[in-house]
Design a protein around this ligand. Structure first.
Ligand SMILES: N[C@@H](CCC[C@H](N)C(=O)O)C(=O)O
Length: 263
């Protein structure tokens, strides 16, 4: 069978997208999905998504990590699938879709390449030593770093992700450095399920923005710009000192190419 796929990227976090509204593809096949995501033997991507019909919603987002396993929420993937749904004319400029962590509202620019995605509310931020641990749809470890540009994110991230606390369920590891003149943060992320550094992680930068608000005792309506290896993202949210609500992850989502591959 020939699979018609699309390739999207959001700040360099890249994904394979498949229109599976007819349920033509059985995606319960980790070996196949891992091969499609492989950068040498397949199309190459940090994850693969299937757009499917869902009662009461515009569509369902079914997300797998690059290792072929079903994953928790992917923020940049969520933004990319909204751009894909717009391209397929499944939605207009606003949508309510459902993902593994529940319903999401999103808005897309008229040009179709800037997506603002509402993320789940967050009530619990834990500490692991100096680090912050929280779930923004996916689990994240947030730790401050110095000289982040030259940090060995692969080895340092992998060591945390595979330590005794996290190795069973895994965790995504985010290293953070404040940018000069209160211009937000620079973030590099080691992603579970890719088992490597990615160029951006949407749930990761969201976790960073929330954790930094807590660290800086900031409350109210907060906007946090974040620089990642693949570009710029923005997080807006409200924080009352206990609960984070109205959380929006914003940034680019672009179609790179489409094609066919034998599966
Ligand atoms: N790239 C993502 C996160 C995808 C899920 C992650 N790899 C996990 O297993 O938790 C994002 O943009 O949020």
């Amino acid at each position: 069978m020939k699979l018609h796929f699309y390739k999207y990227q959001g700040a360099g976090n890249d994904f394979i997208l498949v229109d599976n509204r007819q349920l033509a593809v059985n995606h319960n096949n980790p070996e196949l999905l891992a091969r499609l995501c492989d950068r040498r033997f397949g199309i190459g991507a940090d994850g693969i998504m299937f757009l499917q019909n869902a009662d009461g919603y515009d569509f369902e987002m079914v997300y797998y990590n690059a290792d072929g396993n079903p994953s928790s929420m992917c923020g940049n993937g969520g933004r990319c699938i909204v751009a894909f749904a717009r391209h397929l004319n499944v939605i207009g400029n606003e949508t309510e879709f459902v993902a593994v962590d529940g319903p999401h509202y999103a808005k897309i620019s008229a040009e179709g390449n800037w997506v603002s995605l509402q993320m789940i509310n967050v009530d619990v931020v834990e500490r692991d030593g100096e680090a912050y641990v929280l779930n923004t749809g996916s689990p994240h470890y947030v730790t401050l770093a110095q000289n982040l540009e030259s940090k060995d994110v692969y080895n340092d991230g992998s060591a945390i992700r595979n330590n005794n606390t996290y190795k069973t369920n895994g965790i995504n590891v985010n290293f953070v450095e404040a940018l000069a003149e209160n211009n937000g943060y620079f973030v590099r992320t080691f992603e579970r399920g890719v088992e490597d550094e990615t160029f951006a992680c949407g749930t990761g930068v969201t976790a960073v923005a929330l954790a930094m608000a807590s660290q800086n005792n900031q409350t109210g309506s907060i906007t946090t710009p974040i620089k990642v290896l693949g570009g710029d993202l923005n997080i807006r949210f409200n924080y009352d000192g206990e609960r984070y609500t109205e959380i929006f992850l914003e940034g680019p989502a672009e179609r790179v190419f489409e094609g066919y591959i034998e599966i």
